[in-house]
Design a protein around this ligand. Structure first.
Ligand SMILES: [Zn+2]
Length: 276
């Protein structure tokens, strides 16, 4: 391990123990303390799977953040990768143009309705399987092994990177193209950040748990039930032991937590989050 990565690791541990002291989810504490050595590539190892093509903010014509200087870029990577559904319609338009429009609509929604500085998540995947950069400077940060703090999982934004999947997956599952991109994206992030898929891949509800004030059904019962398979598919793509895919910890059949119209996948900001 390099001195730099040891520093990052220590920094993350300090951060996470702080977050946990703040009352965050016990299940994640278990996941975070689990061994992660199996995913440790040696320095200089090539990514075992080709990174998926990432469409940039410039390509989907993002507007700048309201306050670009307020976007915080951490030098260390996240410890968790959070899978969301967007609670948007299950569109059958699988085109790139639709994917770009999806990102623009989402950014507008987050900035003008939620009052956030920018689009909340770091990454977005359309139902057609197109991966797009989310929050300002996310692609650059991932490329350097760092982390842009987003607005996607309440109280955990400093420690977690979020992938928003277009669609609503309470009863339906993502289309094949979207699933393939999700697997490839997670494998890329796990490699990039030296994370083990069995412990790093969580659903939004794992961190903002049922029966708390910050609760969500995200990423939907159907997609949440697929997370063990997702972890196994990622591990397989990375050439790691697959095992049982690591079972879920939170109830898989949750009643709907929707209180209003769609486009509300659950709490994205909490008192422990440093930016909006
Ligand atoms: Zn969510």
């Amino acid at each position: 391990m390099t001195e730099q990565s040891e520093k990052s690791r220590v920094g993350r541990r300090g951060l996470l123990s702080g977050a946990l002291a703040g009352g965050a989810a016990a299940v994640a504490a278990g996941a975070l303390s689990a061994p992660r050595a199996q995913a440790e590539p040696r320095p200089g190892d090539a990514c075992p799977v080709p990174p998926p093509r990432l469409w940039t903010r410039k390509q989907w014509k993002a507007v700048p953040p309201e306050d670009p200087a307020g976007v915080r870029v951490e030098p260390f990577g996240p410890s968790l990768i959070v899978v969301h559904h967007m609670d948007y319609p299950n569109s059958t338009d699988y085109s790139l143009e639709h994917a770009f429009e999806l990102s623009r609509i989402c950014q507008y929604d987050h900035m003008h309705h939620n009052g956030w500085n920018d689009i909340g998540q770091q990454l977005t995947i359309s139902r057609g399987g197109f991966l797009m950069e989310g929050r300002y400077r996310s692609a650059e940060a991932i490329g350097r092994g760092g982390h842009v703090i987003g607005a996607q999982v309440a109280n955990w934004n400093t420690a977690a990177i979020g992938i928003e999947n277009e669609g609503t997956y309470i009863t339906e599952l993502p289309p094949e193209a979207q699933w393939r991109t999700l697997v490839a994206t997670c494998a890329w992030l796990c490699h990039r950040y030296r994370l083990a898929p069995m412990t790093a891949i969580v659903g939004h509800r794992d961190l903002n748990q049922p029966d708390t004030t910050l609760t969500t059904e995200c990423p939907g019962n159907a997609l949440y039930k697929q997370l063990p398979k997702l972890r196994a598919d990622i591990a397989e793509a990375m050439g790691l032991p697959v095992g049982d895919g690591s079972p879920n910890h939170v109830r898989e059949d949750l009643p709907s937590t929707r209180t209003g119209p769609a486009h509300d996948h659950g709490p994205a900001l909490g008192p422990l989050d440093p930016t909006r």
